[in-house]
Design a protein around this ligand. Structure first.
Ligand SMILES: Nc1ncnc2c1ncn2[C@@H]1O[C@H](COP(=O)(O)OP(=O)(O)OP(=O)(O)O)[C@@H](O)[C@H]1O
Ligand SMILES: [Mg+2]
Length: 359
C-alpha cells in the first residue's frame, strides 16, 4: 500500500512529448480512474508508473521513495492489461504462482497466496486448467489473481474489461470495486467506459493531450466540469452545447428565441461584462417537457431512441443538434413538436474562447 506522487512529470518518445508536465497526488488506498480520448497518454502514464518506460523529467514517488531510476521489478507494482497476457502453456495455478516462485517464496506460502486470491476471485474450480480452456471473464480474473498474489503496493489496470461482453463487464466491474475495498491497495484504472469511471472511481482524472483537465470525484466532474472538454467528455449522451448571447434578463439562442436568465444559475450573474457569446451546456436529462410553461421552447423531434428505462429524443435547437432524455411514457414520434425547457439551475455556462466554465 502506498501513495503515488507525480511532480512535473515529463514523458517523451524521441521528439514526441506525450506528457508535457504532469502533477498528480494519489493518496494511499485511493481508486483513481484515468479517462481521456484515444492517444492522450493514459497507457503511457501507467507504463511510466510501472517502470516499463523511463521518466524524462520531474519526479515520481511511490510512498516516500523517489523511483525515477528504480527498475520495474523493484517497484512493487502490479499491472493488469487489456489482453491479459497469461502464459498459455501454464495452468491457472502456475500462472498465478510463477512470479512468487521467481522470488524464491516457499511452496506453502505460494499455495496459501494462490488459494486466497483464487477464493477472492471465484476461480478455485479452474486452477488446473490452461487459459485457453477459460472464458474471457475467467481469464481476466486469472490476470487479476496473478497481480493480487504479489501483494503489491499499487495496482495498475489498463482497460482490463474492454474484451468482455456487457453483462460480464458489469459483474467484473463490481468484483474489482469490492476487491479494492477489501485489499485497500492504491489503484489506477484506465477506461473508455463512462459507467466504469463513474461507478468505480474515488476520483476521476480527465486527460487531454497528456494534460490533466480536471481531477475530482465522479459527482464533481459530472456536475461542475471545469471546461467544455470535460463537460463534453464526461456523460453519455454528451452534454448539449448551445451558443447564447446574454442581454438584460434574457439569454438569446442563435435562432433569436430566448430563455429567462433566472433559469441559468449563478454563471449568468458572474459572466464577464458586455454581450459576449457564451456556450450554454445542458445535459440531456436536464431538459424537461413542459407544455404549460410559457418559456418552454417548441422543438421538432428528429429521431427517437427508446432505451426502455428512458427515451432519447434527438432534435435541432438553434442550429445545433441536441438530445433530451425523457420519460419512456411520452412516446414522441419524429415530426412531433415537444415543448422543452432546461431544469432551473442545472445548466452550465462556458466562455466560448477559453472553454472555461463560468460559475
Ligand atoms: N513506444 C512508443 N513510441 C512512440 N510513440 C508512442 C509509443 N507508445 C505510445 N506512443 C504515442 O504516445 C501517445 C500516447 O499513447 P498512449 O498509448 O499512452 O495513449 P492512450 O491514451 O492509452 O490511448 P488509447 O485510449 O487508444 O489506449 C500516442 O500519440 C502514441 O502514438
Ligand atoms: Mg491505452
Amino acid at each position: 500500500m502506498a501513495s503515488i506522487s507525480m511532480r512535473s512529470l515529463v514523458k517523451k518518445y524521441g521528439d514526441l512529448t506525450v506528457i508535457p508536465e504532469l502533477d498528480l497526488e494519489i493518496p494511499d488506498h485511493e481508486f483513481v480512474v484515468l479517462v481521456g480520448p484515444s492517444g492522450c497518454g493514459k497507457s503511457t502514464l501507467l507504463r511510466v508508473l510501472a517502470g516499463l518506460e523511463a521518466v524524462n523529467g520531474g519526479e515520481l514517488l511511490i510512498g516516500d521513495q523517489l523511483v525515477n531510476d528504480v527498475p520495474a521489478a523493484r517497484r512493487d507494482i502490479a499491472m493488469v492489461f487489456q489482453d491479459y497476457a497469461l502464459y498459455p502453456h501454464m495452468t491457472v495455478r502456475q500462472n498465478m504462482a510463477f512470479s512468487l516462485e521467481m522470488r524464491g517464496m516457499t511452496k506453502e506460502e505460494i499455495a496459501g497466496r494462490v488459494t486466497r486470491a483464487a477464493t477472492l476471485l471465484h476461480i478455485q474450480d479452474f486452477l488446473d486448467r490452461r487459459p485457453k480452456a477459460l472464458s474471457g471473464g475467467q481469464r481476466q480474473r486469472v490476470a487479476m489473481g496473478r497481480a493480487i498474489v504479489r501483494n503489491p503496493k499499487v495496482f495498475l489496470f489498463d482497460e482490463p474489461l474492454s474484451n468482455l461482453d456487457a453483462k460480464l463487464r458489469a459483474q467484473v466491474r463490481a468484483e474489482i470495486k469490492a476487491l479494492s475495498q477489501q485489499l485497500r491497495t492504491t489503484m489506477v484504472f484506465v477506461t473508455h467506459d463512462q459507467v466504469e469511471a463513474m461507478t468505480m472511481a474515488d476520483r476521476i482524472v480527465v486527460m487531454k493531450s497528456g494534460v490533466i483537465q480536471q481531477v475530482g470525484t465522479p459527482e464533481e466532474v459530472y456536475e461542475t466540469p471545469t471546461n467544455l472538454f470535460v463537460a463534453g467528455f464526461i456523460g453519455s449522451p454528451a452534454m448539449n452545447f448551445l451558443p447564447v448571447t446574454l442581454r438584460g434578463d434574457w439569454a438569446a439562442l442563435a435562432d433569436g428565441r430566448t430563455l429567462p436568465l433566472s433559469l441559468l444559475g449563478t454563471g449568468a450573474a458572474n459572466r464577464p461584462e458586455g454581450d459576449a457569446t457564451l456556450i450554454l451546456g445542458v445535459r440531456p436529462e436536464h431538459f424537461t417537457v413542459a407544455p404549460d410553461d410559457p418559456d418552454a421552447l417548441a422543438v421538432t423531434v428528429d429521431l427517437v431512441e427508446p432505451l426502455g428505462s428512458d427515451t432519447l429524443v434527438h432534435f435541432r435547437l438553434a442550429e445545433t443538434d441536441a438530445i433530451a432524455r425523457v420519460s419512456p411514457d411520452l412516446r414522441p414520434k419524429p415530426g412531433d413538436t415537444l415543448p422543452l425547457i432546461p431544469v432551473r439551475g442545472k445548466t452550465l455556462l462556458f466562455d466560448q474562447d477559453s472553454g472555461r466554465a463560468i460559475r
